[in-house]
Every structure is written in structure tokens, then in C-alpha cells.
Design a protein around this ligand. Structure first.
Ligand SMILES: Cc1cc2nc3c(=O)[nH]c(=O)nc-3n(C[C@H](O)[C@H](O)[C@H](O)COP(=O)(O)OP(=O)(O)OC[C@H]3O[C@@H](n4cnc5c(N)ncnc54)[C@H](O)[C@@H]3O)c2cc1C
Ligand SMILES: NC(=O)c1ccc[n+]([C@@H]2O[C@H](COP(=O)([O-])OP(=O)(O)OC[C@H]3O[C@@H](n4cnc5c(N)ncnc54)[C@H](O)[C@@H]3O)[C@@H](O)[C@H]2O)c1
Length: 470
């Protein structure tokens, strides 16, 4: 191997890039993994892990408060300093030494610096001292650079120095009040966390909460947030100004003030400075890929994780990474490529079985096709609902349990194509639905999958009874 030549070059050592690199090395290829910030990426330091750590203590406290006997024993408030200290353990105080050790042990060559494509199969890396080196790939270059926060065009927003999810998840001192723009996943999760941390929260959600999910999910989360004192404004700010006393926020009809403002209005592709123009692609675009993650129009450039815009979730990006790493090995070594739907080298589930848990209180756990989208997918759908509060296991889990479950069923194939559970502790229920959807388990056979009594899973039986035995 000539110096600076590897079989595969992976740009971006987030959870997704690490996994592509690992699979390729396990398949016998040499891999250079280039990272400009922290090895582990967004999920480890500024997204999934710290955000869930900020949320978890409040969920645990309220879960105890909903159980007679425990409620009487748990009378204090959240200990903010202890909560933030626990969060810091999950981010390793923003030190990536542990992940670097894993990369080295996995046999991956880590290069620190900013990577840019420099024509087909060539990558330049600029290190912190401005030194530039050129790497060449024998077989493939993989872009796994993730996404950046999208900032809406609101007068005064940039000058007001808003928080992005990075500032919200790495907070050291909780502000007195927090305004949040965006009623998507980040918006509702951070509203949940910051209310528990003691901040007044104003959530600007111009089109309601959790669009794209079943309607009852956003409604139930909105009701719970309001009951806990969160102000939900069904409008977008039109003007923002940071002043000596905080941040003034105007909508068309009202004015608000907050100590800080968080922008949670979606993501843009992190591709503005990675040399896409040197290979005929457009800087700033999401990279469009086939089901093996190969960028359209190339036979060597792969795009995996957030950057391909298929499903902006860590677990789904890592699923794509396993397929991409393995197919790169297969194509490099001349092994057969398994790229038919549900084959070893494709991410078929991205199209029809993406699971997601929104860690609010109540939690929202959903997978597959939502009822509103069934027609678009050419599915004649039957929608079946059940009140989770009527399930014995749920009523034991929490006094006055409130929750809702929905299945979307393909009448023609007699299989489940979508499922949504909203309620306390439903997150772990989701994988049962994912398995039923991916496995295309016939409804008639599901009658033989007996949920244990008394668990929340018994909602499966109640939903089947509502459908009726085929
Ligand atoms: C607040 C928040 C909470 C979230 N919570 C969840 C959750 O609970 N569950 C979930 O599944 N998903 C969650 N997500 C989404 C999840 O964080 C992303 O889907 C995931 O991080 C994407 O991984 P990635 O590897 O594609 O990108 P990233 O994690 O962003 O990694 C990309 C890496 O590439 C590096 N890089 C970029 N450009 C270059 C370059 N030119 N040269 C070298 N290196 C470069 C970056 O420094 C980074 O380390 C959350 C997102 C946010 C914002
Ligand atoms: N638990 C999880 O799995 C989790 C948690 C957080 C984030 N994520 C992922 O990260 C990604 C980013 O999350 P997000 O919440 O930033 O994006 P999102 O796309 O989920 O939500 C953005 C919201 O902002 C709204 N919006 C856009 N412009 C606006 C404006 N000018 N004024 C008011 N509202 C506006 C949109 O209508 C939308 O409701 C998502 O794709 C999500 O899947 C996942």
C-alpha cells in the first residue's frame, strides 16, 4: 500500500462514520477515518445522549410521583447540579479519548482535520496547523458528515445569538426562561427537559407539535406540557432582539421575553465545505443515494447517516452504515452483492419501518407508516385505536395512566404497516411493533404472540381483539 492510500476513506467519525469504518475493516479493507471535531459526533456530545440525560431525571421523578406509596416518599424537586453532573458523565466532559481508543482498537486509522473531496477517490485533510495532506482511496470514499441546525429567516435572529441544540444540550447554567422555536422533536424534548430544570418555557410551534406523527401524539404532548406550565404559542416569531434584560420576541400579534432562545427548526446538510464541486455535485445539498448508500451518478462515493437525508436518526444511520460498510467490502473483493429489497447490503427499512422514540412525558414511540400517509403508499388501511389507560399493566405502572395506541393495518396483506404508542414507559414497547412490521407477521399469527400479564404489552392483545380474529 502506497503511503496515504487506503482502501476506503470515511469523512466524519460520528456514530455512523465509525460504523462504516468498522464494517469495512472487519471485511479486510484498510480504512482512514477523518474527523474535524470530536470522535463520536453529534449524538455522543450534543444530541441523543446529553439530551436524554437532561430528560431522564424528570421522567423518573414523575414516574415515582404517579405511584401511591412511592409518591409519599419522593417529595423533593430535581437536583439540577446532580442532573447536570450525570449528563456530563455521558458526554465524558466532551472528551473523546474513550472513542479514540475504540477506533484504534478496531484497526481504523484516525486522521484529525477537515476533509474535502479533491476529485474522484481523492481527499485532502487540513489539520489544526493548516497542514494539508492528500489521501487516496482504492475503492470508496464515504461521506458521513452529518447535519447542521437550520436557522429560519427571522428578523434579528442571528444578531440575538440564539442557542442551537448544541448549547441547549451542553448547558452549564440553566437560564431563568427559555423560548424555543420549533415544535418538532428537539423542541418538545427540550421543552420537557428545561421545564424540569426549572426554567419558564415558551414554545413557538406554528403548526402544532410533532407534525408527521399521528395527530393524537402532538395533542397529548401539548396537553402534558401545558399542564406543567409550558406556554405553547401557535405562531412563529417575526422579530427577535437581544437586549440588556434578555431577548424580546414578537409574533404578528403578541410579544414575549425570555433569557435565551433555542432554534429547533430542523437541519441542513453538512456539505457546504467538503469539495462536492470537485466531483460534479453541489455544495450544501443533501446527498442522494441508492439503497446501498451509493451516491447517484458515481460508483465510488457513498453517503451515510444524516447527510443522505433518508432518516435523521442515529440508529437508522448505523443501520445504513452496516449495509454500506459490507457492500463496499463485497464490491471491492468481488463477492456477490445482495441488493434486492431486505438483502444484506441495502437499507430497505428506511422506506417503511423507521422507529423513533420522542422522549417527552408522555413518550411517543412510532414506527412505519402513519395513518395519514397510508394512501400515499398505496395502502388500503384499517386504523385501530386502543386506550392504553384501560390496560391492566399500564394502570399498575402509574396511577391514572393516560396513553393511546394505534395500529395501521394493510387490509390487503393482513399485516401491520404502522404503529404508534403514546404514554409513560412506551419506548421499550416499540421494538415489538418494528419486528411485526419488518417480519410482515400476519395478523392471524400475531394472535399466538401472547403478551405477559399484567404488562403494558397487553395492549397488543386488546388491539387484536379490536381488529377481530381473522
Ligand atoms: C438535540 C438532538 C437530539 C437527538 N436525539 C436523538 C435520539 O435520541 N435518537 C436518535 O436516534 N437520534 C437523535 N438525534 C439525531 C442524531 O443526533 C443524528 O441522526 C446523528 O447524530 C447523525 O449521525 P451522523 O454520524 O450522520 O452525523 P454526526 O453525528 O453529525 O457526525 C458527523 C461527524 O462528521 C464530522 N465532520 C463533518 N464534516 C467534516 C469534514 N469535512 N471533515 C472531517 N470531519 C467532518 C463532524 O465533526 C462529526 O463528528 C438527535 C439530534 C439532535 C440535534
Ligand atoms: N428522540 C429522537 O429520536 C430525536 C430527538 C431530537 C432530534 N431528532 C432528530 O433530529 C432532527 C432535527 O430535529 P428538529 O426538531 O430540529 O427538526 P424537525 O424537523 O423534527 O422539527 C422542526 C419543526 O420546526 C418547525 N419550524 C420550522 N421553521 C419554523 C419557524 N420559522 N417557526 C416556527 N416553527 C418552525 C417545523 O414546522 C417543524 O415542526 C429530526 O429529524 C429528528 O428526527 C431525533
Amino acid at each position: 500500500m502506497a503511503e496515504n492510500t487506503w482502501d476506503v476513506i470515511v469523512i466524519g467519525a460520528g456514530a455512523v462514520g465509525e460504523n462504516v469504518a468498522d464494517r469495512a475493516v472487519q471485511g479486510g479493507l484498510s480504512v482512514a477515518l477523518v474527523e474535524s471535531e470530536l470522535v463520536g459526533g453529534e449524538c455522543s456530545y450534543w444530541a441523543c445522549m446529553p439530551s436524554k440525560a437532561l430528560i431522564r431525571s424528570g421522567l423518573a421523578l414523575r414516574a415515582a410521583q404517579r405511584v401511591g406509596g412511592a409518591a409519599e416518599a419522593v417529595t423533593g424537586n430535581i437536583d439540577v447540579a446532580a442532573l447536570l453532573a450525570r449528563r456530563n458523565t455521558f458526554t465524558n466532559n466532551w472528551d473523546d479519548a474513550g472513542q479514540v481508543r475504540w477506533v484504534e482498537k478496531a484497526g481504523i486509522d484516525l486522521r484529525r482535520g477537515h476533509a474535502r473531496l479533491d476529485g474522484p477517490k481523492r481527499v485532502t485533510v487540513t489539520d489544526d496547523n493548516g497542514e494539508i495532506s492528500t489521501l487516496t482511496a482504492n475503492h470508496a470514499v464515504v461521506v458521513a458528515t452529518g447535519s447542521d441546525p437550520k436557522l429560519p429567516n427571522i428578523s434579528g435572529l442571528i444578531d440575538a445569538e440564539p442557542w442551537t441544540p448544541r448549547e441547549a444540550t451542553s448547558v452549564k447554567e440553566v437560564p431563568e426562561s427559555l423560548a424555543i422555536i420549533g415544535g418538532g422533536v428537539v423542541g418538545v424534548e427540550m421543552a420537557t427537559a428545561y421545564r424540569d430544570l426549572g426554567a419558564e418555557v415558551i414554545l413557538f410551534a406554528r403548526s402544532g407539535l410533532l407534525n408527521g406523527q399521528e395527530d393524537f401524539a402532538g395533542d397529548m404532548v401539548a396537553k402534558a406540557l401545558r399542564e406543567r406550565g409550558v406556554t405553547i404559542v401557535k405562531a412563529s416569531p417575526t422579530r427577535i432582539k437581544r437586549t440588556s434584560h434578555g431577548i424580546d420576541i414578537d409574533t404578528e400579534t403578541e410579544s414575549f421575553t425570555a433569557s435565551e432562545i433555542l432554534v429547533a427548526t430542523g437541519r441542513t446538510a453538512r456539505t457546504t465545505d467538503i469539495g462536492l464541486e470537485t466531483v460534479g455535485l453541489t455544495s450544501g445539498d443533501w446527498l442522494s443515494v441508492d439503497d446501498t448508500m451509493l451516491t447517484h451518478g458515481t460508483d465510488w462515493l457513498y453517503a451515510v447517516g444524516d447527510v443522505n437525508h433518508r432518516a435523521l436518526l442515529t440508529h437508522q444511520g448505523k443501520y445504513q452504515a452496516r449495509a454500506a460498510g459490507d457492500v463496499i467490502v463485497a464490491r471491492a473483493t468481488g463477492e456477490p452483492v445482495s441488493d434486492a429489497p431486505w438483502g444484506a447490503h441495502v437499507a430497505t427499512a428506511d422506506h417503511c419501518a423507521v422507529p423513533q422514540v420522542t422522549f417527552t412525558d408522555p413518550e411517543v414511540a412510532s414506527v412505519g407508516i402513519m395513518s395519514e400517509d397510508a394512501e400515499k403508499h398505496g395502502i388500503d388501511a384499517q386504523v385501530v385505536d386502543y386506550n392504553l389507560g384501560w390496560v391492566a399493566g399500564a394502570s399498575l405502572q402509574a396511577d391514572n395512566y393516560e396513553g393511546q395506541a394505534r395500529l395501521v393495518i394493510d387490509r390487503e396483506r393482513h399485516v401491520i404497516v404502522g404503529a404508534t404508542f403514546v404514554g409513560q414507559d412506551v419506548a421499550e414497547l416499540l421494538h415489538s411493533a418494528t419486528i411485526a412490521i419488518v417480519g410482515e407477521v400476519p395478523i392471524a399469527r400475531l394472535w399466538h404472540a401472547v403478551p405477559s400479564y399484567p404488562t403494558i404489552s397487553e395492549v397488543w392483545l386488546r388491539l387484536l381483539e379490536t381488529i377481530g380474529r381473522p
